[in-house]
Write a protein that binds this ligand. Structure first.
Ligand SMILES: Nc1ncnc2c1ncn2[C@@H]1O[C@H](COP(=O)(O)OP(=O)(O)O)[C@@H](O)[C@H]1O
Ligand SMILES: [Mg+2]
Length: 226
């Protein structure tokens, strides 16, 4: 059994009389420790798939097992705690809270757990050091460059030591240098820290960092081992 196993995974949205199916009967296996890139045209279902894998959204039908656990039938409250333990999510536009400092943004997901302030400080410091922002704890998002904001977002995604990191176009809003730095960090998290990485990207250069690239079209996979 694969670490992540999608079988006939389908997500449908109803809008009036029409049904939109961003994912149709998708079969996908992802091994633990894999760095997978997902490419495909806009609207092909990439974000929908990431959200299912991350437990942010639930499938309409089909099966999704991660580490042997079936997510599609899990109650929402259990899904939320599973997600907090298992998933780190990195967004294209960082999604930092503007009124919180870099430190407080990274600390945020830890507040869902029963850590002491001292334990939280150790984890937040480790995460911010890892992304090279040890000197930016007290900066607000508006005082940081896009590349630095994305690094705070990566620190926030890894602070809880998740097994899986999903990233939705993490370099989509960055210049070439910041994009390269971001990809080097994601690669390191995969190789050195053994995180399973699932990343959506439009950019073939970004995808080249992954071990394997899959292409989505109209909610279905077209395998391509290039
Ligand atoms: N919450 C939603 N309600 C209705 N339609 C949605 C919703 N989320 C996504 N869709 C539709 O599903 C399709 C795929 O969306 P998405 O997964 O965001 O594509 P991608 O990330 O590949 O650009 C799009 O046509 C989009 O409009
Ligand atoms: Mg998308």
């Amino acid at each position: 059994m694969s670490y992540i196993e999608c079988r006939k995974l389908t997500r449908a949205f109803h809008k009036g009389d029409t049904v939109i199916k961003p994912l149709r009967d998708l079969d996908l296996d992802i091994e633990e420790g894999m760095f997978l890139a997902l490419m495909g045209p806009s609207g092909s279902g990439k974000t929908t798939l990431l959200n299912l894998l991350a437990g942010i959204d639930t499938a309409t039908s089909g099966s999704l097992k991660i580490g042997g656990i079936e997510l599609t039938s899990m109650p929402r409250s259990r899904l939320a705690s599973w997600r907090a333990d298992t998933i780190g999510y990195i967004f294209q536009l960082y999604n930092l809270v503007p009124v919180l400092t870099a430190y407080e943004n990274v600390e945020l997901p830890l507040l869902l757990h029963n850590y002491s302030k001292k334990e939280r400080h150790a984890k937040v410091s480790l995460a911010l050091d890892l992304v090279g922002l040890a000197d930016r704890y007290d900066h607000y998002p508006r005082q940081l460059s896009g590349g630095q904001e994305q690094r705070v977002a990566i620190a926030r995604a890894i602070v809880g030591d998740p097994k899986i990191i999903v990233a939705d176009e993490p370099t989509g809003d960055l210049d070439a240098a910041a994009a390269a730095a971001t990809m080097a960090m994601l690669k390191r998290l995969n190789i050195e820290f053994k995180k399973t990485m699932i990343m959506v990207t439009h950019d073939p250069k970004t995808a080249a960092v992954a071990q394997k690239t899959l292409h989505l079209e109209k909610g279905q996979l077209i395998e391509n081992n290039a």
